[in-house]
Design a protein around this ligand. Structure first.
Ligand code: UD1
Ligand code: UDP
Length: 363
């Protein structure tokens, strides 16, 4: 039996191809939701858009401090794992849910599979970096999206026999939903946008939005982009960012903040943007896959493949650097290779978990 642990928006999206494979194979599996994300537009909206079955368990842990939230997830997951005794626990990515899920399972001597293993920003001030390192080091099966990720894991002394390069399940999710998104969503009409006639922004990293100076600087950079290009700047706002902009009393001249979008709507608005500015991990990957230039509002990234491909530029958070980065990315041709695989990562991972022969199986 496979236990699929998830808890936040990107985990639901990136686990969806694995859940679909489990459904297609009639595999013995269940979904355990930590409840780390719980607002409709951060949680249930994705189960609906992606047509996913309801989780068997929802721990409803909600928000809190890192330790408080992680502790609630740990004890909640342990109870379920003791009751269900799965053969393997799958976690995806780098959130508190992932770290707690991996740790709870490892302590019970249940095998752990880490989807999207081996990503490193080499920046331990990011909570996600700590979560990734811990999850990787207690995992038995490390599903690395790229050869770069595999190299990072091997450099840290992880047994090569535990690692499998599978591609990233975000490619599967984009391929599976891109056409559906074009036929079902009409967010461009709703927002009055023309293809390639607007900029799209997402920002929610703790180190960016919880600091008033950094957040103000990002907003000033976005305003400078709006003034130079005279195009709308659409900003679907993560609840953390909404909360912080209200707390700091930040105004949005020339920027259009909107509620977080569903996946189908977001894919449409992302694929048709002139350029995307973001500090999201998943959005750096998706823009690279969709052929849309990306400017990343950070000094480092655990997605170096997007930089090497020429699809993404790191600019940090200074307003002048943000504008300069946009100019630079708009001057580059929009041609690069997708480094994240062919959209079969979900199938490969489920094949391995079911113990069936697989092209990528290395143990
Ligand atoms: C979490 C992950 C981050 C991931 C992001 C995806 C950690 C440490 N962080 O960050 O890696 O990129 O999810 O979006 O695990 N809130 C709501 N409704 C919700 C969820 C959150 O209003 O459904 C608000 C609350 O005010 C909460 C704040 O957002 O305090 C932050 O939520 P939290 O889950 O702690 O971190 P994220 O910023 O969402
Ligand atoms: N996303 C979405 N609606 C939005 C913003 C993002 O559906 O309004 C999706 C996006 O397509 C990507 C994922 O959310 O797949 C990224 O999640 P997020 O930025 O919250 O987390 P990260 O990837 O940084 O962990």
């Amino acid at each position: 039996m496979i236990a699929i642990v998830l808890g936040t928006r990107p985990e639901i999206i990136k686990m969806s191809p694995i859940i679909r494979e489990c459904e297609a194979w009639n595999a013995d599996y269940f979904i355990l939701h930590s409840g780390q994300h719980y607002s409709y537009e951060m949680d249930r909206s994705f189960f609906e858009d992606l047509n996913l079955p309801k989780p068997k368990y929802n721990l409803d842990v909600g928000s809190g401090t890192h330790a408080g939230q992680t502790a609630r997830i740990l004890t909640g997951i342990e109870d379920v794992l003791v009751k269900e005794s799965p053969d393997i626990v799958l976690v995806q990515g780098d959130t508190n849910t992932v770290m707690a899920g991996a740790l709870a399972a490892a302590k019970l001597h249940i095998r752990v599979g880490h989807v999207e293993a081996g990503l490193r920003s080499f920046d331990r001030t990011m909570p996600e970096e700590i979560n990734r390192v811990i999850a990787d080091h207690v995992s038995d099966y490390l599903f690395a999206p790229t050869e770069t990720a595999r190299r990072y894991l091997e450099r840290e002394g992880i047994d090569e026999n535990k690692i499998s390069v599978t591609g990233n399940t975000i490619v599967d999710a984009v391929f599976q939903n891109r056409e559906i998104s074009e036929s079902k969503a009409n967010i461009l009409d709703t927002l009055g946008l023309e293809p390639k006639g607007y900029f799209l922004v997402t920002s929610h990293r703790q180190e960016n939005v919880d600091d008033p100076e950094t957040l103000r600087s990002i907003i000033a950079g976005l305003q400078a982009v709006h003034q130079e290009y005279e195009l709308p700047v659409i900003f679907p706002m993560h609840p953390r960012t909404r909360k912080m902009t209200e707390r700091f009393g930040i105004q949005f001249d020339g920027i259009t903040p909107i509620e977080p979008l569903g996946f189908l709507e977001f894919l449409q608005v992302e694929a048709n943007a002139r350029l995307v500015l973001t500090d999201s991990g998943g959005v750096q990957e998706e823009t690279c896959i969709l052929g849309v230039p990306c400017v990343t509002l950070r000094k480092n990234t655990e997605r170096p493949e997007t930089i090497e491909a020429g699809a993404n530029l790191l600019v940090g958070t200074a307003a002048t650097d943000i504008l300069a980065g946009v100019r630079e990315m708009l001057s580059r041709p929009r041609v690069w290779e997708n480094p994240y695989g062919d959209g079969t990562a979900g199938r490969t991972i489920v094949t391995i978990c079911n113990g069936l022969p697989s092209r990528n199986k290395r143990w």
